[in-house]
Design a protein around this ligand. Structure first.
Ligand SMILES: CC(C)(COP(=O)(O)OP(=O)(O)OC[C@H]1O[C@@H](n2cnc3c(N)ncnc32)[C@H](O)[C@@H]1OP(=O)(O)O)[C@@H](O)C(=O)NCCC(=O)NCCS
Length: 203
């Protein structure tokens, strides 16, 4: 997922009264959403090195496993500092790492965050991300984070990602033209939003 708001990043104090990281891991019928482990590096690298998976990501495919180690370290640091909730998606039946999902750019004062997600291509089309994001959003709107608004930034050509957001009730709020240049390709951003008041996941 692309970073929806640079302004939010700059202003985010990364501290707050929210007990952001209580109640982890999050379990669903098929999945476990948990903080990263150093041993996730190889599986994470294989997901982020796949050009099909990275087609609409905010950077090109990874070519060095060092990037996986850096991302794991960053995710754990951001978890610790409460800047973001970056979780690995693990399949419960065989403990296989399927992908990642996140609530990042958390702005405590505005009770707002961006959503991010990525899934290994071999497991697309089975509803895993819908299951993961339903649980993540329920957590985000719940007492641990108490969010009021969640945002998504998607390339409008990324059909599966658009469907994933719309299936969860996100509404498109705008189109930012030529917002990204990734590996020389200029890309638009469709900005999506989901409000606490309109989501059944908010309970
Ligand atoms: C975006 C992405 C996670 C979507 O993956 P996905 O597999 O389509 O999403 P889900 O896991 O929710 O599966 C939904 C699909 O599975 C089908 N499905 C099958 N069994 C299902 C089940 N038990 N429950 C729900 N859906 C099921 C749905 O019909 C749906 O298919 P459709 O979109 O053709 O209608 C994936 O394409 C991806 O990782 N892309 C690369 C990274 C990326 O672009 N991330 C977003 C950046 S903005």
């Amino acid at each position: 997922m692309r970073s929806a708001s640079r302004r939010a990043t700059a202003r985010t104090p990364c501290k707050g009264t929210m007990s952001t990281f209580a109640n982890l891991p999050i379990e669903t019928p098929r999945l476990r959403l948990r903080p990263a482990l150093e041993s996730d590096a190889q599986a994470l690298f294989e997901i982020f090195a796949d050009p099909q998976v990275m087609r609409y990501w905010s950077s090109g495919p990874w070519t060095d496993i060092a990037l996986a180690h850096q991302r794991i370290a960053r995710d754990l640091a951001e978890l610790q500092s409460r800047a973001s909730l970056q979780l690995m998606i693990e399949r419960r039946e065989d403990s296989r790492l399927l992908g990642q999902c996140s609530l990042h750019h958390i702005v405590p004062d505005c009770r707002r965050a961006d959503v991010g997600y990525i899934l290994a291509a071999e497991v697309w089309g089975r509803g895993y991300m819908h299951e993961a994001l339903s649980a993540l959003l329920r957590h985000g709107f719940g007492p641990s984070l108490n969010l009021n608004r969640i945002e998504g930034d998607v390339d409008p050509r990324n059909g599966p990602s658009v469907r994933a957001l719309e299936r969860l009730g996100f509404k498109q709020e705008g189109l930012l033209r030529e917002r990204w240049i990734v590996a020389g390709e200029v890309q638009d951003s469709a900005i999506y939003g989901l409000l606490r008041s309109e989501s059944p996941l908010a309970g």
